[in-house]
Design a protein around this ligand. Sequence first.
Ligand code: NAD
Ligand code: ZN
Length: 353
Amino acid sequence: MEGLYIDLGKDSYNIRFSADYTEGLKQYTEIDAPSVIITDSNVDALYGKAIAGLLGAHQYKYVIPQGETSKSIDTVTEILHFMLDKGFNRSSRVIAFGGGVVGDISGFVASIFMRGIDFYQIPTTLLAQVDSSVGGKTGINFPQGKNLVGSFYQPKEVLMSPSLLATLPKRELTSGIAEVIKYGVIYDYNFLKYIKESLKAIYSIDTEVLKQVIRRCCEIKAAIVTEDEKELGLRKILNFGHTFGHAVEALTGYAVYTHGEAVMMGMYHEAAMAKALDLIEETYFCEIAGIIGDTGISTDLKSLSLDLDAVVTRMSGDKKNRAGKISFILPIARGKVQELLLTTEEIKGLILV
Ligand SMILES: NC(=O)c1ccc[n+]([C@@H]2O[C@H](COP(=O)([O-])OP(=O)(O)OC[C@H]3O[C@@H](n4cnc5c(N)ncnc54)[C@H](O)[C@@H]3O)[C@@H](O)[C@H]2O)c1
Ligand SMILES: [Zn+2]
């Protein structure tokens, strides 16, 4: 399957599909300048030996501990020291080999090292393949909040290898599927139907089906972000399920649910709000709820011990809010969404408990 061209003027790049990730790694590190492949401890345990076997002189592997806590300024400082100690220069490259955590931190490091050096990505989670590898956002967390410091920085190329997902825990796969369902709801109803039919194949890592799914998600995200690279308007629609989802994540200290699980709950409740507002009819709501149900994620707030008032209070701190109202992206027709601003009282009357 041919690649996918992300048209961003001078920052354009290609997403290349390949069954063999080592091909990309070899190619990206075959340069005279030193370069570094950044990965995390879990991915290293699975693929580290294969990576190490490919590295020539002055090509390095740098392993960060797995998990969100690695997305910190301390990790950035450590990697920058490492690169400077090893004599990295303006021709050096940073290659991300991992999930969204590795991708976000690697992209940020590449964007600030000597004011920006070439950056390549080989995403290894479904979430990274369908979401964080398109759009050019990089970032790290601070104690004050997630992704508060970062940059917009595009990779030179992304290598997409669906077979890497074979080792991914089911829970992480489900997390990526949440974003996949999101693309169907916000942009392409036929794709939503395809996802419903393909859910089993996705869970059994059918690489042909995964290729189709990943490709369509990247096409949709690319179409949205190329029109709105700096998040001024259209890009907002990517936040479907996220106003509610982010509140659940924050309320539970980012420790109970994965991002995708919280977004899955968010999509269910935001679609239910759209139904309660008569923006969509019952049958379409049931279609969305049915696909979410097929993933096995529970959306019932009571059984999850989630307090509605506390969730809504958390939403009040969302950075997309305006004029004291909370911003939601809600479905208004099949494959179509729209922003709606609601007060906390209005929301409480709309959410099913
Ligand atoms: N830049 C963006 O536009 C953007 C978009 C969405 C999310 N993000 C960020 O991405 C991060 C979440 O990404 P994620 O869900 O990929 O999390 P992650 O990178 O933490 O990966 C999830 C888990 O899977 C493991 N893993 C990764 N690849 C594996 C493989 N092939 N086999 C087995 N285990 C593997 C990791 O070690 C980790 O434990 C968050 O920090 C989020 O803020 C960024
Ligand atoms: Zn998301």
